[in-house]
Structure formats: C-alpha cells, structure tokens
Design a protein around this ligand. Structure first.
Ligand code: NAP
Length: 652
C-alpha cells in the first residue's frame, strides 16, 4: 500500500479509552455491538491477531449477518476487549503502534472473510481515517500566494453533494455561495417525503467519511434522519451564511471576455439579480424532475393525485382506495408503508423489478452499538470498512455478459443465474408459494438490469387481502379510476404516481439554462439526451463548469453515491487549486481526453448488464446508450479521480 498510516495522538486515544473503560456499562454496551468490528478493533489496539484467526472460519463476509461466531467465543472476545481497555486505562498496557500496511491488509482480509485485492488498501485507508484527518482534503501547494477568497464559486443545489463541496471550499478559504430553490437544505432527502422514504445503502457508510454519524437510529435510516444529517452539516460547518434558499438559478452564461459565469437568479419575492462567478458547479443530482406520465384522461380524474417526489401529507389515505402506478425504488418503499392503512391498494406494474433482501434493512441500531461506535477508538472506522466492502464492488464481475452463456435472455453468466435463482427462492418464500404472483413478479431480464431494489416486505405486501397487482397496461385514466387495456376500470380515490424522474433530461431545466460563450446550451451540446463529461465532472466547450454527480457517475452495482461525491469533491478542489495557484481564469477540458474517457466508458458499458437488450431502465437514452451510470468499480473511479492531470485541460 502507499501512504503512511497514522493514528490520532496517543494522548487523545488514551483519553477516550480511559473514559470508555471507566464506564460501568462497558460490558453491557459491548454485548450489543457487532462482533466483526470488535475483533478488528481488538486486533488494532492490542497488536494481536489470535482472536481474529480463531474467529476467521465463522466469518463469511462483511455484513453482520454473515458472521456466525459461536456465542461462547463472542463473549470471550468482548470480555477480552473490555479487559484490554481497562489495562490501557490503568497504564498496565500500551496501545499498539499503528499497523503496517501489510498488517492492515491482513486485518482487512480476516475481518471481511475474504482476500481483498491490495489495490483496495489505500482507498480503504483514506475512507477509514484512523488519524481523524481527511486525507482527501486538497492542501495548498503554495500557502503564501493563494488568493482563494478572490475566487468565487457558485454552487446550485444544497443537497448532499453541494454541502459536501461547500465544506471543503470553506476550509480552503474560497468565496462561495450555494443557491437552492427549496426552502431548506437537503436536496432529494428534503424534497422526497413519501411514506417509507429512506436510504437503502447502509447508513454508517452512506454518510461523509469526514463527518460520521454514530447516532443513526436504523442501519438504513429514514428520510427525516437523512435530512437532519444535512441540516447538521450546514450548521456544524458554519455554511448557513453562504446558502441562499428559495432562490432559483434562471440562466447561466459564460462570458468569454471576462472568463466569468454571469448567473441570473430569482428570489422568492420575485426579485432578480445577476451574480458572477469564476466557477459554476451544478450539484442537483440526477433525479430532480418528477416524471408525470402523459396518460390520456389524467386531467379529468376527480380524485387526488400524488407523485412520490411531490408528496402532500394533507391528502388522507386511511381507509381510501389507492392506485399506485410504478414499482421502482420509490414504489417499493411507498407501497408496503401505506398498505396497512388504506382501504384497497391496487398496484400497476408495467414491468417487474428485482428486489434483494437484507437482514439489517428493518433493524434499529442497538444502543450498545451506538455507544461503541462513539466511545471505542477505531470501532466506527472498522465498521465503515466492513460495510464498504460488503456493499460495494463484490458483484461487479458478475454484471458482465458472458458471450458463451446459454440463457442470455434471463441471466448473464453462472453467478448471475445463481443470483437469479436465489432471488426467486426468496420471492417464492415471501409469497407463500403463490406461483401466479411469482410469475407476474419475476423479471424476464437478468438481475441488476434495472436498479436493484431492497425488499421492503414488498412480496409479503402483495399477498395481503387488500392488495392487488395489475399487470395489464394502462389504457387511460377516467374521472373515477384507471382503465387497463383489457377494458377493466379500476376505481380509486387516490392515484399515487411512483413513476420516477425525467432522468434523460440531465440537470433538469438547468440543461437549457446554462450556455457557453457561443450561446450553445448544455442540452444542445449533449444532443438532448446524450450527456457526457470527462470523469463525470467537466464537459466539452463549457469552461469553468463543474458537475457533481454528473453523467456516468450514478452507482448501480453497489456502493454509496457519497463515496463518488467525495472523489468528485477532491477532483474539483484540485481543479480550483490549479486555477488559483496558476493565476488562471479559464479551464476547459480537452477534446482528446474527454472523448477517450467516454469511449472507454461506453465500451465498458456494452459488456455489462445495463445495456442488455431485454432491459428498460432510466440509465439509458433513446439510442440505448447508458449515460447515467458508472461502469467502473469504486476503486477504479477512485483511482481515476485521485489526481487531476492538468495535461487534460487547457488553462488560460
Ligand atoms: P423508477 O425507478 O424510474 O421507477 C418508476 C416506475 O414507474 C417503474 O416501475 C416504471 O415502470 C413505472 N412507470 C413509469 N412510467 C410509467 C407509465 N407511463 N406507465 C406505467 N408505469 C410507469 O423511479 P423511482 O422508483 O422514483 O426511483 C428512481 C431512482 O431513485 C432509483 O432508481 C434510485 O436510484 C432512487 N431512489 C432511491 C431510493 C433509496 O435509496 N431507497 C428510494 C427511491 C428512489 P418500468 O419499470 O416499466 O419503466
């Protein structure tokens, strides 16, 4: 591995250990904490690996439910950790020195129960931050000559990505402002508030590495918690003075003579203003404009209509007959959440989606686990490592098409077929062997072709008395319900549109509002629905425009989009450093590296599941090109974005 592993100072580690060791609840709390991070913490602090060696045969993977250590052994390990902490606190023992790179790799292998490629080690070290410092922070190379406070950055979007970048801009001393049309920060986690809305990536990993939250109430928390996390980012990092809410960006034009972005904004009171920036950053995500299908008769409907991304709590659902159209990630969470309270729930499925179970998905985090995350040095870091490993690149290889595979319509290769079989077995169990429902809900395309969902008790919901699944296509909406192609009218009091977003219109209205020096809009440069960018960050002919979560950066095989955001933040901060330290006013990506990167990205996609001919998904444009997703393993994207290569850009 490269880089030197550091620790927080011995004094601060010792202080934390003394406090934890003096707590009379120590054993009680450790008893509720997951065992694998305990094993890794114990090895890390003691310098001894024998417990890890002993437990190794019982560890099948990073998820806590893949660890089957016998209770007697578990108790011994926990007791030993408590004893070790007390010995360190009393001065009888010392904290072991930081592990060498080689030993760290060994600990990772033992803890995850598999051989982790060496290329992952430096990335994991960055992610874990044993010394409590963010190694992705971009330091000034020439501190004396920086004039960052004269370099103005305007960000549109105060969600996770905008706030994350803002934190780093503030630390480095830039002048910046975030505009957001909403009346609060939080982006998608503020706007989306449909019943059951929550994250389906484990939360102790779905949070900034430099700002962990040890108080997540659930392993996969709900929307309010995710929104509150972002509120705390804005408060804890003092970002509020730089955030202007209820302010919309109407137009952004790059002026080649001044090399500045001239940006037109409109505030809530209707007043408009022109502001200028050296750099303009879009941080509006890929899922920001709801898709309202163009159903004949929708306007004539006399009941209530709700879209999941535009939920209205004042519309009652209890006891009323509800029709829900759409069975993607939003429908998956909404349906089971409302089924117990509504009269009848009729679900209109145009095509089935795959959904994977996870034993922790509905679990609350035990108080002892929260305490241990907060109190025991390194525990939270090893916990993050295990979740990162468990939920990230493990499946990536299996998403490639084997050209010799015998059943290419329904699976890609042997591993993908096995995965398919396992998912079907799960569905069958959950639906009590109802073969009619099973055939309706089994996708005819390979697993992962559409976004893999987390089973939110979806299949159990389908067997409820008051739930029915309609697979006939919708012909039109009537004043009183929904008519399907078989001529049947399904009466309902409320229609819930769980119909997703206008994803091919990347950046929503901003695509039409952003113009380069030639007057060309971003949408025109992308030929409408074919967005491209170098590493997902900078696109051709749009100098000083940077994108967070841009084209080709959505994660669909695993991982956390926050990890990608952290990669992009570092890359963009490096770009700003090049501009500021070099005294440049203009930075534009060169055609050759931009096109080469996109050719490589396309070639990779054509070997992968999302281009499969039998799949429709929101990742592809009309021509079938996957514009939304990253085809790379996390470790690849991390390596691509780790060091900005100035030769790929023109500076002036
Ligand atoms: P989505 O995945 O695009 O699903 C939309 C659903 O509506 C699909 O079932 C689609 O059917 C159906 N639909 C669309 N137009 C239709 C029409 N005209 N007639 C009938 N059915 C129609 O949208 P989403 O569920 O809002 O999720 C979008 C993305 O948001 C997800 O992929 C995920 O990235 C993110 N998300 C994440 C979470 C989470 O982390 N837990 C939660 C919600 C959303 P077809 O499949 O046939 O197109």
């Amino acid at each position: 591995m490269d880089g030197t592993l550091g620790h927080a100072s011995d004094a601060s580690l010792k202080e934390r250990i003394c406090i934890a060791a003096a707590d009379p609840k120590l054993e009680v709390m450790l008893a509720e904490a997951d065992i694998s991070p305990i094993l890794l913490t114990l090895a890390h602090i003691s310098g001894e690996d024998h417990f890890l060696e002993e437990a190794r045969p019982y560890i099948e993977g990073g998820w806590s439910f893949m660890v089957h250590i016998p209770e007697e052994m578990s108790n011994r390990i926990r007791t030993h950790l408590a004893k070790l902490l007390r010995e360190i606190a009393s001065g009888e023992r010392e904290i072991a020195p930081p592990p060498s790179g080689e030993r760290l790799h060994r600990l990772m292998n033992l803890g995850a129960g598999t051989e982790i490629p060496a290329s992952y080690v430096p990335m994991m070290v960055e992610e874990m931050q044993f010394d409590d410092r963010d190694p992705r922070t971009v330091a000034w190379r020439e501190p004396q000559s920086t004039v960052a406070n004269q370099f103005k950055v305007i960000i549109v979007g105060a969600g996770l990505s905008g706030l994350g970048l803002a934190i780093k801009l503030k630390e480095a001393g830039y002048d910046f402002t975030i505009y957001d049309r909403a009346d609060a920060v939080g982006g998608t986690w503020y706007v989306n508030r449909y019943p059951g809305c929550g994250v389906d990536t484990p939360n102790h990993f779905f949070s900034y590495s430099f700002e962990p939250n040890h108080d997540w109430p659930e392993h996969f928390s709900k929307r309010d918690e995710l929104w509150t996390y972002q509120e705390s980012l804005a408060d804890n990092y003092g970002l509020r003075p730089n955030i202007e809410l209820e302010t919309e960006v109407l137009a952004a034009n790059f002026d080649e003579s001044s090399r500045l972005w001239i940006i037109q904004i409109r505030r809530k009171d209707g007043s408009e203003e022109t502001v200028i920036a050296n750099a303009f950053v879009t941080a509006v995500g890929q899922l920001n404009t709801p898709n309202i299908p163009d159903f004949e008769g929708l306007d004539s409907y006399k009941g209530d209509i709700l879209h999941t991304a535009n939920w209205d709590d004042t519309i009652p659902l209890a006891g009323r007959d509800v029709a829900m159209i759409g069975t993607g990630a939003s429908g998956m969470q909404t349906g089971p959440s409302i089924a117990p309270e509504v009269g009848n729930l009729t679900i209109f499925q145009r095509s089935p989606h795959w959904a994977i179970p996870n034993a922790n998905y509905h679990k609350r985090v035990a108080e002892g686990m929260k305490w241990t995350l907060k109190s025991i040095p390194f525990y939270a870091k090893w916990n993050r490592f295990l979740l990162f490993w468990a939920g990230s690149d493990g499946l990536h290889d299996s998403l490639h098409i084997d050209p010799n595979w015998g059943t290419p319509d329904i699976s890609l290769n042997a591993q993908n077929q096995q995965f398919r079989d396992d998912l079907i077995a799960h569905m069958r169990r959950e639906m009590n062997g109802d073969e009619t429902l099973l055939s309706k809900t089994t996708p005819p395309y390979p697993p992962y072709g559409k976004r893999m969902l987390r089973d939110n008790h979806w299949y159990r919901m389908l067997v409820r008395e008051n739930v029915s699944l309609v697979t006939e296509l919708i012909r039109r909406v009537t004043p009183t319900g929904i008519e399907t192609e078989d001529g049947k009218e399904h009466f309902c009091d409320v229609i819930v549109l769980a119909t997703g977003f206008q994803t091919a219109r990347m950046l929503g209205p901003l695509g039409e509002a952003i113009r380069n020096g030639n007057g060309e809009t971003l949408r025109q440069s992308w030929n409408g629905d074919d967005p491209r960018a170098h590493l997902g960050v900078m696109t051709l002919r749009f100098p000083n425009l940077f994108m967070m979560y841009g084209p080709g950066t959505n994660l669909a095989h695993g991982g956390s989009i926050i990890f990608h955001m952290e990669c992009q933040i570092r890359y963009i901060m490096q770009a700003f450093r090049e501009m500021v330290e070099g005294g440049y006013q203009r930075m534009e990506v060169r055609t050759a590296p931009h096109d080469a990167y996109n050719a490589k990205l396309d070639a990779k996609h054509y070997s992968m599941v999302w281009t499969h001919q039998g799949v429709t998904n929101w990742y592809k444009n009309k021509a079938g090109r996957v514009f939304a997703n990253s085809p790379w393993r996390l470790v690849d994207y991390w390596a691509f974005t780790r060091e900005l290569n100035p030769d790929e850009y023109d500076f002036s």
